[in-house]
Design a protein around this ligand. Structure first.
Ligand SMILES: [Zn+2]
Length: 218
C-alpha cells in the first residue's frame, strides 16, 4: 500500500531497524545512492541545498544523505547517521509541482530525529510515556515546524499546505506502540513549531519539549 501510512510505518520502524543494520558511513543499502548522484539536476540541487540548510539549522552533520529505490518512506538511520529518502516516495510527496516543501517538511521531521539523537532526547522523551513513540514524534513535528518557519523567511512556503500534510500523517491507532499522534495533534504540533520564531535550535527544542509535555503524549 502506498501513501502517508506507509511513510508512518517506515518512520516508526526506523528505530527498530537500527539494531539490525550494520554501521555505515555512506549509502550502504543495496538500492541506495547519494543524493549527489541524482540525475535530475533541479531536484538534486534542491536536496543538496536543503541538506546544507538543515544541518546548519540543527547544528549537526549527516554522514550521508541517500536516495533509496526500494524504500517507500523516509527515515533516519542512527547507526549510520544517514538520512534516507525513497525515490518514488519523494516524487509522490513533492508532486504536483509546488509541493516540494511537503517533501522538505518530511525530511525536516526525519532530521529532527537526528537532532534528538545527538542531544540524548530519545530516552528523555520516552520516559514521559514509556510505551509510546508519540512524544518523540510530536517533538519531531514541532522541530520540523520550527525549521519550516525559519525556511519561510527565505522561500515561499505555504503553511496551510504543510499543516494539511501533517494532519494527513496522523493515525488513529492510539493503543499501538507505534502511534505517532492523531492528525490534529500532529498538525498542531507542527504549526506551533512553525510559529515559534527562533533560529536557535536549542531554544526551539526546549519550547518543543514544553509543548509536548503539556500535550501529555497520550
Ligand atoms: Zn518520526
Amino acid at each position: 500500500m502506498r501513501g502517508p501510512r506507509t511513510y508512518l510505518r517506515a518512520c516508526a520502524m526506523a528505530a527498530a531497524a537500527l539494531a539490525a543494520a550494520p554501521a555505515a558511513a555512506s549509502c550502504a543499502g543495496p538500492f541506495q545512492f547519494p543524493v549527489e548522484d541524482l540525475e535530475a539536476s533541479v531536484v538534486r540541487q534542491i536536496l543538496v541545498t536543503t541538506r546544507d540548510e538543515i544541518e546548519r539549522f540543527f547544528d549537526f552533520r549527516f554522514d550521508a544523505f541517500c536516495m533509496d529505490e526500494e524504500e517507500y518512506g523516509a527515515y533516519y538511520d542512527i547507526r549510520g547517521n544517514t538520512l534516507v529518502v525513497g525515490v518514488q516516495f519523494f516524487l509522490d510527496v513533492a508532486n504536483p509541482p509546488g509541493n516540494i516543501n511537503r517533501a522538505i517538511g518530511v525530511i525536516a521531521h526525519e532530521a529532527a530525529h537526528a537532532f534528538q539523537t545527538k542531544h540524548g532526547l530519545l530516552d528523555m522523551l520516552v520516559e514521559t510515556n514509556p510505551h509510546r513513540v508519540k512524544c518523540i514524534e510530536l517533538h519531531a513535528d514541532f522541530l520540523a515546524g520550527g525549521y519550516m518557519g525559519w525556511r519561510a523567511r527565505l522561500y515561499d512556503v505555504d503553511v496551510t499546505n504543510l499543516t494539511e500534510m501533517f494532519y494527513d500523517l496522523g493515525d488513529q491507532q492510539m493503543q499501538a506502540d507505534g502511534h505517532h499522534g492523531l492528525g490534529a495533534e500532529r498538525f498542531l504540533s507542527f504549526r506551533q513549531g512553525f510559529q515559534t520564531v527562533t533560529d536557535n535550535e536549542i531554544t526551539l527544542s526546549s519550547m518543543g519539549i514544553a509543548y509536548v509535555s503539556q500535550a501529555k503524549c497520550d
